[in-house]
Write a new protein. Sequence first.
Length: 183
Amino acid sequence: MKKIAILFILFGVFACSDSRTKHIKTFLKEKKGELIYLPDSFTVQSLDVDSTYSLSNSKKFVHCLMLRVVTSINGDCHVCVSQLKEWESVVNKWPKEKIRFLFFIHAENYARFELMNKGEISFKYPVVYDYKNDFVLKNKIPDDYLLNTMLIDSTGKVIVVGNPLKSKEILTLYENAIFRQNQ
């Protein structure tokens, strides 16, 4: 009886793993080359100096004609917000005049998000407050830390999908794509 139970557990683990792999591959195929929707209703907040960009500067920041790394972060999730600190090494690695980082934050309570940031994270780069969660909803971004980040070109088309913080291979894909785009 124990052997049968173990077989069922192993089958379940492999079936879930296979299902996840299939889901990831399908998502990657769907998104490659797709035009990404960037929200119209948002505010860019500079967390290091606690100031908000003007409406026109916010739009220029988000809708710039350059390469952009776009990612969604649940501003109500402490673990998710804590991962912002990991982005500093990547942001500092690539030239600011060649690439923009758009951290789309959606939260039920932005004041709590800001307190989390000030209290222990101290993320100093601008973030985009996506009040309606349009970035995630309109682009059908899954709630999956591996798939919620993309590199898009100046027209908004997806070049690379995946979180460069979670995989050296994905980081290399980003680096190669950025290098090719800037030649």
